[in-house]
Design a protein. Structure first.
Length: 865
């Protein structure tokens, strides 16, 4: 089949909407809705038909009127595949402003997109059995506003929206703007709630939620009232989010130098929600775990998640909502910026969290994906809606934010902010392209931004900088080449403009240099013989570093003098080079010995991650020996930290304890730590606070790993009756952490039998696919139930998220079977997603084949018991 022309997915621009007046009446019992809209449109050239988007809608009436003139009746035909409605009229419509009126009906679906239904249970005030309740919510990004009302559903068709919702009197209705009128409808138990007109914005930002909702008292930030909405009985979990939300709103107004573009700001927790949150202007929706938390009982990681997501969404009110990308290829402008700003805000809010240091873990995840041959540029061609949805990945968010941070550090934070302010004020209420941002930053900084940035944005991949000392000993030689896990011999060499920060030890002192490496190789002259060198000092660069053997040795000796971020990059780059076959595995494993005294959580994340990777590629009989290696590397740090924190201990150290204890008890399978964890877990059930809140999730994971039937039954019950969203998640994912086949098969069933929300089921399935104890059964289950999973999971994103788990099916047999399955069924996951998963799997299998014998010898020599 020929590739469809681009306009198969882009609407004609002959008719442009200016203002929508939309009236919707949802029926929360029949799961349908009736709607009417009146759209003021500008017709730019004579037409006899109007084409707009619509999906799963029926259009019953079509009228169009010119000024106060005659009204024409039109006909609607829907093209389900193209998700379009074609409105035809008996006469040619002449250029000018017309009013288009449509009547339609649609469904409140259960796929968590468009206008959809979400359910939850409440216990009536006087006690008794829990009742199931329904609320209706929206999720329109990327292309699902068209399921709620016929519209020009592309980000460039910005318009004003005025929404009226007709709902039962006892329910609350929330939309983007404040309520301007609320009238009972005579003779019914319904009311019509009309909201103020929005600013000019894209369709994907429209939102409405209807249900028995409760809100916190409004807090004023400047002139903006801010509230948090939940289903009944949960507002006591809103305090923490309220704090970061009020802080972020004030922080961003100051940073951007522009007032918040809405009249009020509501943050709503929705029980069923496919993504993490959605930046609808003035009515941000969240999954419950990303908004509601009991701050006194949550771990650091759980709190950080809430702070991150809240700050991220509020950053979008300007970056994304006020100024929007013109098309989905530019989604990185939204997401990378929101991620960058989220870090900036959370870092300013809680400096002790060292958010820019911990961001290294996100940067590393992006480096890992971007090291594939099948990576894509940050800005990438998008045609079909499915491809737009596939853009919401590590490259858009984490690589995007990383290269922005690199640029900010290179230009200086003040100049960078100046450019951002200029960009926002020039393009507010409109759309912009990446080149507009470069222009604004260039104007503010007088630097050639496109030359520096194009290689990072419009090309996939990134460089590895190799450092060595020349014969004179006074010259540091830096060269660059693309880093890839699987070499592609025929690829032409590529160059990037790399901002390099250097710290070099020369006799008598330390030299700090910053330069732009744009050639294949450059020599940096130093005032004396080089004793040691640190490349990418401070860790902001989006590239890897490979040191010549003598430089690496000297740097490793200086390990205790390096900043945590520099230690992080050293071990992270070493591990990547090992997976890519550039560094012998033996050297990497020896290097990990030097990190036994490590105190930084992020550095440990790399170490533990690499052991988990080895665990996935070794044959089962070797597992006990790998466990011994893990214990050997982790035990000193676990002993140092113990099980209970010092009274004044910081949150990062508490979370590190949890990570280490969890890893030594699961990956290291340490029986003594398991016993201790079980005891402490039991104690914490009897007395809240017996275990540190950061440690509790780890304890639950350990009890699952070491447990069996009785623990499983208990955890299922605790999952069902959890008091907070975090508690629910801990027990849910623990169900994938058991090791017995029969128990795991019960967890597999829960991904489709209705016991687990469909918002969580794909992640639970992914967890099972990545467990070495469950993966084969999980893969068999996924194959056997593919149609059911596809039908039940959240539309578009569900299957894609679950399938990430296939990267862990790291045996040659499983890999072959996986490839066969996807090929024979012609499955695509949008964009380059499937290609990337398959390549990640292949990298793991190649690693297994190449390093298997080394690993076996290494483990046999050092850890034979
Ligand atoms: Zn976002």
């Amino acid at each position: 089949m020929a590739r469809p022309a681009a306009d198969a997915f882009r609407l004609p621009k002959t008719v442009v909407p200016d203002r929508y007046e939309i009236r919707l009446e949802p029926d929360l019992e029949r799961f349908t809705f009736a709607g009417e809209e009146s759209v003021s449109v500008t017709i730019r050239e004579p037409v006899t038909e109007i084409v707009l988007n619509g999906a799963e809608l029926e259009i019953h009436q079509v009228f169009i009127q010119y000024g106060q003139g005659v009204t024409l009746k039109g006909e609607a035909t829907l093209d389900a595949a193209a998700e379009r409605a074609r409105l035809t009229f008996p006469e040619t419509l002449t250029p000018g402003v017309w009013r288009l009126t449509l009547q339609f009906t649609g469904i409140l679906n259960d796929r968590l997109h468009g206008f959809y239904r979400s359910t939850y249970k409440t216990v009536p005030d006087g006690g008794g059995d829990a009742q199931e309740k329904v609320l209706a919510a929206t999720q329109f990004e990327a292309t699902d506003a068209r399921r709620a009302f016929p519209c020009w559903d592309e980000p460039a068709f910005k318009a004003v929206f005025q929404v009226t919702l007709v709902v039962p009197e006892r329910l609350q209705a929330v939309s983007n703007t404040p309520i301007v009128s609320e009238r009972a409808i005579a003779g019914t138990s319904r009311k019509a709630v009309t909201f103020a007109a929005t600013i000019k914005m894209s369709t994907y930002l429209v939102a409405f939620v209807v249900g028995e909702l409760e809100a916190t008292e409004p807090v004023r930030v400047g002139k903006t009232p801010l509230r948090i909405w939940t289903v009944p009985g949960k507002t006591h979990l809103a305090r923490f989010a309220e704090e970061i939300a009020t802080f972020s709103l004030a922080f961003f107004e100051q940073y951007y130098g522009l007032p918040y573009p809405g009249e009020k700001l509501d943050l709503l927790a929705i029980p069923d929600f496919a993504a993490g949150a959605m930046e609808n202007l003035g009515a941000i929706t969240f999954r419950e775990t990303a908004l509601l938390v009991d701050a006194g009982a949550a771990s650091h990681a759980e709190l950080e998640r809430v702070a991150d997501v809240v700050a991220h969404e509020i950053a979008h009110m300007w970056f994304g909502d006020l100024v929007t990308m013109a098309w989905w290829n530019g989604i990185w402008l939204n997401e990378a910026f929101a991620t960058f700003m989220e870090m900036l805000a959370v870092d300013a809010w809680k400096p002790a969290w060292e958010r820019w240091v911990t961001f290294a873990v996100s940067r590393a995840a992006a480096l890992s994906l971007d090291g594939l041959q099948s990576t894509r540029p940050i800005e990438f061609e998008v045609q079909a809606p499915k491809d737009a949805d596939a853009m919401f990945d590590l490259l858009t968010y984490e690589k995007g934010a990383s290269v922005l941070r690199m640029l900010e550090q290179y230009l200086g934070p003040e100049s960078f902010r100046e450019g951002v302010r200029r960009y926002l004020s020039e393009h507010q209420y409109a759309n912009a392209e990446t080149t507009d941002l470069w222009q604004a930053l260039g104007a503010a900084t007088k630097k050639p931004i496109p030359q520096i940035m194009d290689g990072w944005i419009f090309r996939g991949g990134y460089p590895m900088v190799t450092a060595s000392v020349d014969e004179s000993r006074r010259g540091l030689v830096l060269s660059q080449s693309r880093f890839v896990y699987l070499a592609d011999g025929g690829a032409p060499p590529e160059l990037w403009q790399i901002p390099v920060a250097l710290r070099v030890g020369v006799r008598g002192g330390v030299v700090i240099r910053s330069l732009l490496l744009s050639e294949a190789e450059a020599r940096v002259e130093l005032p004396g013989p080089v004793e040691w060198a640190l490349v990418n000092a401070g860790g902001y660069g989006f590239y890897r570093v490979r040191y010549a053997a003598d430089l690496l040795r000297k740097l490793t000796r200086r390990l205790p003098h390096l900043a945590p971020i520099d230690r992080f990059n050293l071990i992270n780059d070493a591990w990547a080079a090992t997976v890519a076959g550039l560094t012998p595995l033996r050297d990497y494993l020896d290097l990990t010995v030097q990190f036994r005294g490590e105190t930084d959580r992020n550095v440990w994340t790399v170490l533990i991650g690499s052991f988990a990777y080895l665990n996935r590629v070794i044959p089962a009989p070797l597992r006990a020996k790998l466990e011994a290696l893990v214990r050997d590397r982790l035990a000193p740090a676990v002993e140092r930290l113990g099980f209970s924190p010092e009274p004044e201990e910081g949150e990062l150290s508490r979370q590190l304890r949890a990570d280490l204890v969890r890893a030594i008890a699961t990956l290291g399978n340490d029986p003594e730590i398991q016993a201790e964890a079980r005891k402490l877990y039991k104690g914490s059930l009897e007395e809240a606070g017996a275990a540190d809140p950061s440690l509790l999730p780890a304890l639950i994971a350990i009890v699952a790993h070491a447990g069996g039937d009785p623990e499983y039954a208990e955890f299922v019950e605790r999952f069902r009756t959890a008091r907070t969203p975090q508690e629910e998640q801990r027990y849910l994912y623990a169900l994938a952490g058991f090791r017995q086949t029969d128990v795991l098969s019960r967890t597999l069933e829960k991904t489709i039998n209705g016991e687990v929300r469909t918002q969580d089921a794909p992640f639970l399935a992914r967890s099972l696919l990545t467990s070495v104890y469950a993966r084969e059964a999980a893969w068999t289950f996924v194959k056997a139930n593919w149609e059911t999973l596809e039908r039940q999971f959240p539309a578009k994103s569900g299957i894609r998220r679950m399938c990430e788990g296939i990267t862990a099916l790291a045996t040659p047999e499983l890999e072959a079977d996986v490839r066969e399955f996807f090929a024979s069924r012609n499955i695509t996951l949008g964009g380059k997603t499937l290609e990337q998963y398959l390549e990640q799997l292949h990298v793991a299998v190649v690693f297994r084949e190449r390093e298997g014998p080394t690993l076996e010898t290494y483990l046999a020599r050092r850890f034979l018991r």
